[in-house]
Design a binder for this molecule. Structure first.
Ligand code: VGL
Ligand code: ZN
Length: 191
C-alpha cells in the first residue's frame, strides 16, 4: 500500500543501539540491515523539516530485566555506556528528539510511550502519522506501535527498517500490529 509523508508525519526510530547489533550482548540477527533504509528515511524527513525521533533503551546498571535480577535478558543498554549508543552508521540529524526509556531500576518498559513524554512531544508538534522502524520487531517496536495506535496515531511500519530476534515471533508481531490497525509499507511505497 502506498503511503505519503504528510506535513503531520514524524519518523520514529526504535532502539537502534549497539548492544542490539550482531556481536552485542542481546543481538538481533542482521540488525544492521535497518540502518540503510533508516538513513534513507531520515534524509527524506530532514529535508522536509519533519521530526525525527529516536527512542533508546536506557537502563540502570541493575535493571529488573537483567538476568542477575531474575529478568529474561543479559545486561544491555546501560545508560551512558558504549553499548547504549546509537549505531555508529545511523545519520542522526542534529535536531533529532531523543526519548530514553526503561530508565527506572524496578520497571521494564518496552514501549517508547511508557513512562516518557513521547506522546506530549508528538502532540505539541501536531504529529498524526508515524513512520516506524527499528529493533526488535517483537519487543520494543511492537509495544511502541501498539501504544501509538491506542493513542490514535496513524502508524506505518516500514518493512525493510524493522528486524526481529526470532523470525516466527517477528511474523506474529507483524500480524498483531496489522490487526490493531498498523499498515506495513515497503520503502519504495513511501511517497
Ligand atoms: C528490547 C529486549 C530488551 C528492544 C529492549 O529494544 O526490543 N528488547 N530490551
Ligand atoms: Zn532493555
Amino acid at each position: 500500500m502506498r503511503a505519503a509523508i504528510t506535513d503531520r508525519s514524524a519518523l520514529l526510530i526504535v532502539d537502534v543501539q549497539r548492544d542490539f547489533m550482531p556481536g552485542g550482548p542481546l543481538p538481533v540477527p542482521d540488525g544492521d540491515s535497518v540502518v540503510k533504509p533508516l538513513n534513507d528515511l531520515i534524509g527524506r524527513f530532514e529535508s522536509r523539516g519533519l521530526p525525527v525521533i529516536l527512542t533508546r533503551d536506557w537502563h540502570p546498571r541493575d535493571h529488573i530485566s537483567f538476568k542477575e535480577r531474575g529478568g529474561p535478558w543479559p545486561p544491555h543498554c546501560v545508560a551512558g555506556t558504549e553499548g547504549a549508543e546509537f549505531h555508529k552508521d545511523l545519520r542522526i540529524p542534529r535536531d533529532s528528539i531523543i526519548i530514553s526509556k526503561a530508565t527506572e531500576r524496578d520497571k521494564e518498559a518496552y514501549s517508547g510511550f511508557e513512562g516518557t513524554d513521547l506522546d506530549d512531544v508528538l502532540r505539541k508538534r501536531g504529529v498524526r502519522r508515524l513512520f516506524v522502524g527499528g529493533v526488535a520487531t517483537e519487543y520494543c517496536v511492537r509495544a511502541t506501535v501498539m501504544d501509538a495506535l491506542s493513542s490514535g496515531y496513524e502508524v506505518l511500519v516500514v518493512e525493510e527498517a524493522i528486524k526481529g530476534i526470532s523470525p516466527e515471533d517477528e511474523e506474529r508481531a507483524k500480524e498483531e500490529m496489522v490487526r490493531k490497525g498498523a499498515i506495513i509499507v515497503k520503502l519504495d511505497e513511501i511517497l
